[in-house]
Design a protein around this ligand. Structure first.
Ligand code: GLU
Length: 474
C-alpha cells in the first residue's frame, strides 16, 4: 500500500502572498484533497532579517480568504531549531559534514584566485581534508560533504529525470556562523520530519533540488516525489511582477474579486481538463492530476481573470455574494463599521446588480443608493434632469405611489407609463429624473427595481426632497 499523500505549502514570510505562491499552494491543496491526503502549512521564517510577523499575518489571511484550508500547522521553522541542530550533529558524527574554520577573508581570497584562473568559484575543500590539530577558536560554519564527481538524478513527476553534475556543486554550508541552518538543509529536515510525500513547488527551486536530494540521502530520509511547476509570466513573457499590475492575493480581494474566481483562474494557469474553463471546487478536486499539469510557462491574463470574476458574480447566490460584498461596502465608506445588517439584508440589491458589475467594488458603488441614508448626487445630472418642468410629473409619481397599497413591479410600471402618457412624454423622460432623485445618478438598476428596493417610504421621502430642492431653486 502506498503512503497517504502529505504535501505542504512552505512560504517564506518576506512579503505579501503573490499569485504565483497562491498557485503553488492551490496545486498542493488540490493534490491533497484529490487523494484524501493532508495539506500542511509551514512558514519558512529562518531568515530572521527578512521575515516579518506582518507578512505571516498576510499569508494566513490570504489563505483563509481563498478557502485553502490546511490540515496541519502553521509550523514555524524558528520554533524547530533544536531539531535542525540535532540533524547537523547527526551528519557531523557520521562524517557526512564537517566544521569549516576558513575565515571570510580566506574565502574571498580563494574566490578571487579561482576567478583569476577562469574557474567557477567554489569551496576548495580545505577543511574537508584538514588533518592534525583543530585550529584555535570556533568553527565558522558547518559544510555538507557533497560528492565531487558523478551525477545526481532528481526524479520529477512533470519533467522526468533531471540530471545534475556533482562537480557543479561544492561542499555547501548547512549551518552558518551565527548558528542558523541554511534553507536547503531545513527544507529537507522538515520535509522528512513532516513525512512529506510530494514536493510541489515553483521551478525556481529546481536548482536547489540536487543539493536537497543529496541531503535526503545523507540523512537517510527517503526522497519525496518532486514536481516543479513553471513560473507565471506577465504578458511580455518576463516573470510576473509589480510591473504587470496587482500581484498580491489580497489586492485582488480589495479590488472586488471573488476568491472562487481567483482560485479558478489560477488553477487553469498550467493545468487543464479538456477545454473546460469554469470549475466548482468539487470539480477541480475531482479532476486535478499532475499528469495534466504542463511545464510550459503560463502567462497571466488579467482580462480573463476579470471575465471569470464576472461569471462568478453572476452565478453566485446573492447571500453568498453578500458575505464578500459586506467588507467592501464598509471599506468603500458605504456602510459604517458595525452596521449590524444581516447577509440577507445586504443581499437584497444584488439581483438587480449582478448582471452588470465586473467587480464587487463596482457592485458596492452601484448599490450605494440602497445602503446610504444620505445620497450623494451627481451634480451635473441633478441640474440637467431635475427641472421646474419635471416637478409636476414627480409630484404625480409621488402621489400615485402613495396610493398603491403594496408596491409591485407591474403596478409601479403602470403608474410610470400613465404619468408619461398624460404628460405626452416618452417614458425615459420621466424615469430618468426619478432615477436621479432616487439614486443620485443616471445609471442604476431598472427604475422599477429601484423603487421596489427602496420601498415606499424611502422612495416618497427622496421624491419629496427632490421636489423641495427644485422649489428652492425657483
Ligand atoms: N520557502 C520557499 C519559498 O517561499 C519554498 C521552499 C520549497 O517549497 O521548498 O520560495
Amino acid at each position: 500500500m502506498t503512503d497517504p499523500v502529505r504535501v505542504r505549502f512552505a512560504p517564506s514570510p518576506t512579503g505579501f502572498l503573490h499569485v504565483g505562491g497562491v498557485r503553488t499552494a492551490l496545486f498542493n491543496w488540490l493534490y491533497a484533497r484529490h487523494y484524501g491526503g493532508q495539506f500542511i502549512l509551514r512558514i519558512e521564517d529562518t531568515d530572521a532579517s527578512r521575515s516579518t510577523e506582518e507578512s505571516i499575518e498576510e499569508i494566513l489571511a490570504s489563505m483563509k480568504w481563498l478557502g485553502l484550508d490546511w490540515d496541519e500547522g502553521p509550523h514555524r521553522q524558528t520554533k524547530r531549531q533544536a531539531l535542525y541542530r540535532e540533524k547537523v550533529d547527526q551528519l557531523l558524527n557520521e562524517g557526512k559534514a564537517y566544521p569549516c574554520f576558513c575565515t571570510p577573508e580566506e574565502l574571498d581570497k580563494k574566490r578571487e584566485e579561482a576567478q583569476a584562473k577562469g574557474l567557477k568559484p567554489k569551496y576548495d575543500g580545505t577543511c574537508r581534508n584538514r588533518s592534525g590539530a583543530t585550529p584555535e577558536g570556533a568553527a565558522s560554519v558547518v559544510r555538507f560533504k557533497a560528492p565531487q564527481e558523478g551525477t545526481v538524478t532528481v526524479r520529477d513527476l512533470l519533467r522526468g529525470n533531471v540530471v545534475f553534475q556533482n562537480e557543479e556543486l561544492d561542499d555547501f554550508i548547512i549551518l552558518r556562523t551565527d548558528g542558523t541552518p541554511t534553507y536547503n538543509f531545513v527544507v529537507v529536515v522538515d520535509d522528512g520530519d513532516m513525512g512529506i510525500t510530494h514536493v510541489i513547488r515553483g521551478d525556481d527551486h529546481l536548482s536547489n533540488s540536487p543539493k536537497q536530494a543529496l541531503l535526503y540521502d545523507g540523512l537517510d530520509i527517503p526522497r519525496p516525489e518532486f514536481a516543479h511547476i513553471s513560473m507565471i509570466l506577465g504578458s511580455d513573457k518576463t516573470r510576473l511582477s509589480k510591473r504587470h499590475g496587482a500581484t498580491s492575493a489580497l489586492a485582488y480581494r480589495d479590488m472586488g474579486y471573488l476568491p472562487d474566481a481567483l482560485v479558478n483562474y489560477l488553477a487553469r494557469l498550467g493545468w487543464s481538463h479538456g477545454d473546460q474553463e469554469i470549475f466548482t471546487r468539487k470539480e477541480m478536486i475531482e479532476y486535478f492530476s499532475l499528469e495534466s499539469v504542463t511545464t510550459s510557462a503560463a502567462v497571466f491574463n488579467p482580462e480573463k481573470l476579470q471575465w471569470l470574476n464576472q461569471q462568478y458574480i453572476q452565478n453566485t447566490p446573492p447571500v453568498d455574494l453578500a458575505r464578500h460584498l459586506a467588507p467592501i461596502l464598509v471599506k468603500e465608506g458605504i456602510l459604517p463599521e458595525g452596521h449590524g445588517l444581516s447577509l440577507e439584508e445586504i443581499a437584497k440589491p444584488i439581483p438587480s446588480l449582478n448582471q452588470r458589475a465586473e467587480t464587487l467594488v463596482e457592485m458596492a458603488q452601484k448599490s450605494a443608493f440602497y445602503f446610504k441614508t444620505e445620497l450623494e448626487f451627481d451634480e451635473k445630472a441633478r441640474s440637467k434632469f431635475l427641472t421646474a418642468e419635471i416637478k409636476p410629473h414627480l409630484e404625480k409619481i409621488a402621489s400615485g405611489l402613495s396610493e398603491i397599497n403594496v408596491l409591485e413591479h407591474d403596478s409601479v410600471e403602470t403608474l410610470f407609463k400613465q404619468v408619461a402618457e398624460e404628460a405626452g412624454l416618452k417614458l425615459g423622460k420621466v424615469a430618468q429624473p426619478v432615477r436621479v432623485a432616487l439614486t443620485g445618478s443616471t445609471t442604476s438598476p431598472g427604475i422599477y427595481d429601484v423603487v421596489l428596493l427602496l420601498g415606499k417610504d424611502t422612495t416618497l421621502k427622496r421624491l419629496s426632497e427632490m421636489i423641495g430642492f427644485i422649489k428652492s431653486r425657483g
